[in-house]
Design a protein around this ligand. Structure first.
Ligand code: G1P
Length: 276
């Protein structure tokens, strides 16, 4: 059983400035719920109930979101507004939330390593909350990955095909197909130029990692952009043992950029209207 889901959430969210000057990007709302809320729902659906956040300066709003707001609760108690808090109350009832700080921005690998203190010596999930995933007719991406983990007991990354010219925005994998939608990774490159990309299979912000990744990260040298990359650590893990890449079922919105954010907003808005 995997209990912990790690949320690296220390980035500046510069693409959403000036909003992110004082608002963590993970708190940007899609309709009425912040991105992080969708991530926690996905983790809960995968039966993880220990939410661990790696935050940076100026991210207090995240901690407050998962805490009781006494003044507000007092004001709206018994009114028609109270049910609007049902969903967040439900998350707070089902999960625990812990936080640690990454005080220097040294890359996703470094952020995950910083989270070590919140993760027991067991496998854990990772959600990058600005990748919002939905699977209309089935289980969420992390729950799908959990089923694979139950069978293979190794690190897994979620991947999707992207147009070749976009490989420079992602970690890219290549490997050998062992099942429909499942590959054994043999190579991984962080944000390759389209000319150098081994494939067009891009890693999205969902991972299941075995705990030996921490020792590997401790010895991983800065890579692309001078940052400690989880992609490099996973490549090492793949060469030493096995890492899987899973072509997930469902859709992923890149809410870290304006186009994806607006697409997700429209998608959820239309869905809400269709249900009325
Ligand atoms: C990170 C990872 C990258 C991955 C991406 C998914 O990049 O480094 O390998 O493909 O997340 O969203 P970032 O988008 O944080 O630059």
């Amino acid at each position: 059983m995997i209990q912990t889901c790690l949320f690296p959430a220390a980035g500046y969210g510069t693409r959403f400035l000036p909003a992110t000057k004082s608002l963590p990007k993970e708190m940007m709302p899609i309709l009425t719920k912040p991105l992080v809320h969708y991530g926690v729902d996905e983790a809960l659906e995968a039966n993880m109930n220990n939410m661990a956040f790696v935050v940076g300066r100026g991210k207090r709003a995240l901690e407050d979101y998962f805490d009781i707001s006494y003044e507000l609760e007092h004001q709206i108690a018994g009114t028609s507004k109270e049910p609007l808090l049902n969903e967040i109350r439900e998350q707070m009832r089902k999960a625990t939330f812990s936080f640690t700080r990454q005080n220097e921005m040294k890359g996703l690998g470094h952020a995950i390593l910083t989270g070590k203190t919140l993760v027991k010596d067991e496998a854990f999930g990772v959600i990058l909350a600005d990748d919002l995933c939905v699977n209309e007719n089935g289980e969420g991406v992390l729950a799908q990955m959990m089923k694979i983990y139950d069978r293979y007991r190794c690190s897994i990354v979620a991947v999707m095909e992207v147009p070749k010219e976009q490989t420079k925005n992602y970690g890219v994998v290549s490997g050998r197909m062992i099942e429909d939608d499942l590959l054994v990774v043999d190579d991984m490159v962080e944000k390759p130029d389209p000319k150098e990309a081994p494939t067009n299979l891009a890693i999205i912000g969902r991972y299941i990692l075995t705990p030996d990744i921490f020792a590997i990260l401790e010895n991983t040298k800065p890579g692309k952009n001078g940052e400690i990359q989880i992609t490099d650590a996973l490549k090492f893990q793949a060469n030493r043992g096995m890492v899987l890449a899973y072509k997930f079922k469902g859709m992923r919105f890149d809410c870290g950029c304006l186009d994806g954010f607006v697409e997700a907003t429209n998608y959820f808005y239309n869905k809400q209207h269709d249900n009325k």
